[in-house]
Design a protein around this ligand. Structure first.
Ligand code: PHE
Length: 474
């Protein structure tokens, strides 16, 4: 049997894991959810969810991978025996990888398409001279119509979905070091560079302080139970938790590689990048006097004309969509890798065979999502009073159900089955010693207690409450 591949260095792992975490969640989703939910007030709750629930669960997920050197199904089997029901939690992850990628790849395809449209100068035609948001035909409206028109053509959506998908498959075929790690090492610095350029551009705009204020000075009246629901679901999504992506990446670590500090790094990078994306976007939106609550269309409807009307806007629009594409690719590979690792470990397929088979299956699963904007736009089911298309269902199922459910089981597993003592012992094995918040702030027994409380009580109870609320039971 060939030896399992590993990351070539600690930095390689951190960049790949950060690449997984930093994705459409940070640049497409976070700004619009924050925009719809009061900006800073949402940011505050979101940060609490990341720190108190996301970070401990991130540690546990990577740990399970590192200890077992297996995909999510194999990991639970390795620890708890082959016929243990825990393997279904792993299987839930493989199912989630299908669900997430089926809508993720459509948005990834849009990003590729918009990068090319920006390059061709299409967005210039969205700019209406002397545009003012109070008057009927606003430029985001024109951009929205363009977006809808393009999406009404199934071959346009499917074509770019295919392009995006092929790039992911190409990277995965090249293996852990030569594909996943190399792509992340190459793309993540470019992503950071582009993001800085966009933030500086945003900060130099007139009225940029209004955007900053929106993002950083909270309007507490906007907070209610559903803000928690959204913030918690998004914390899982943005840190790639609850479906075994981090577990699979952790399985390519060696037994004494550090997890605790790597988790801090990944969560820190992910959060900072989401906030910077918020700054880059809201400064542009506010400086144009536009409404920040545009929803999922924020980056595709609102930004293109707003960017295009700035001096040098052509290049900034191109850079923005390139940023989105890069972020989507480095996350997309981690989503598909879960299913590929499953076939490689459990059914002993070669990486090539596993990638091609899973690639085709997930590609096909995404087709109904691609058709949700045209041929299947009327095929909807009602969820929480709204008509959901296949695309909406996939997004809802992943962010609101599968990922928090996966997180719930991980917390239960570490807290009660494995036990906090063994979890902490294993976590500290490859580490310089600090478990939570670092030794300088808390001594280790206190940090262990905090970690235990978060994992055994806070995480499962909060996730459970969120479920009850979501289904209208409380
Ligand atoms: N974290 C990614 C993002 O923010 C999405 C993702 C979810 C990736 C689950 C892997 C697993 O876009």
């Amino acid at each position: 049997m060939s030896k399992r591949e590993q990351w070539s260095s600690k930095t390689g792992f951190i960049l790949a894991a950060a690449g997984s975490a930093v994705g459409l969640g940070n640049i497409w989703k976070f700004p619009y959810i924050a925009g719809e939910n009061g900006g800073a007030a949402f940011l505050f709750i979101y940060l609490i969810c990341i720190l108190a629930i996301g970070l401990p669960i991130l540690n546990i997920e990577i740990l399970l991978g590192r200890e077992t050197q297996k995909n999510p199904v194999g990991a639970f089997k390795a620890i708890h025996g082959g016929d243990s029901n825990w393997r279904y939690v792993g299987a839930l992850g493989v199912f989630a990888s299908f669900t997430i990628l089926s809508f993720y790849s459509i948005v990834g395809g849009w990003s590729v398409a918009y990068t090319l449209e920006a390059l061709m100068g299409t967005f210039d035609s969205f700019v209406i001279k002397n545009f003012s948001p109070e008057y009927g035909m606003s430029s985001p409206k024109v951009a929205g119509e363009f977006f809808d028109l393009k999406n009404s053509n199934p071959s346009w959506v499917l074509g770019y979905h295919t392009l995006f998908f092929l790039s992911i498959i190409g990277i995965i075929l090249s293996g852990v070091k030569g594909g996943l790690e190399k792509a992340s090492k190459f793309l993540m610095p470019i992503l950071l560079f582009i993001l800085f350029a966009l933030v500086i551009n945003g900060l130099m705009l007139p009225d940029s302080d209004k955007g900053i204020e929106f993002l950083f000075s909270p309007d507490w009246s906007k907070i209610n139970a559903s803000t928690f629901l959204l913030a918690l679901g998004h914390a899982f999504f943005t840190l790639s938790l609850g479906m075994g992506a981090m577990m699979t990446y952790g399985s390519y670590l060696s037994h004494n590689d550090d997890i605790v500090n790597a988790s801090y790094m990944v969560a820190f990078l992910d959060t900072v990048i989401a906030i910077l994306a918020g700054v880059a976007i809201f400064t542009v939106v506010f400086s144009s006097g536009y409404d920040p609550t545009a929803g999922p269309g924020l980056v595709f409807h609102v930004l293109p004309p707003l960017l295009a009307q700035l001096p040098g806007g052509y290049i900034f629009a191109f850079l923005f969509f390139l940023l989105l594409t890069i972020a989507a690719i480095t996350s997309g590979i981690s989503i598909l890798e879960v299913s590929v690792a499953y076939l490689v470990d459990e059914l002993k397929f070669s990486r090539k065979k596993a990638t091609i088979i899973m690639g085709i299956l997930v590609y096909l699963a995404a087709i109904p999502c691609a058709l949700s904007f045209n041929l299947l736009q009327d095929a909807t089911i009602p969820i929480q009073g709204k008509a959901f298309t296949f695309f909406d269902v996939a997004d809802f199922l992943a962010s609101n159900i599968l990922l928090p459910l996966g997180g719930f089981f991980l917390a239960i597993f570490a807290g009660y089955v494995w036990g906090i003592d063994s979890t902490v012992k294993a976590l500290l094995k490859g580490d310089s010693g600090s478990l939570y918040f670092g030794n300088s702030i808390l001594n280790s027994s206190t940090s262990k207690t905090i970690f235990g409380l978060l994992i055994k009580y806070l995480s499962p109870v909060l996730i459970f409450l969120v479920f009850l609320y979501q289904f209208g039971w409380i």
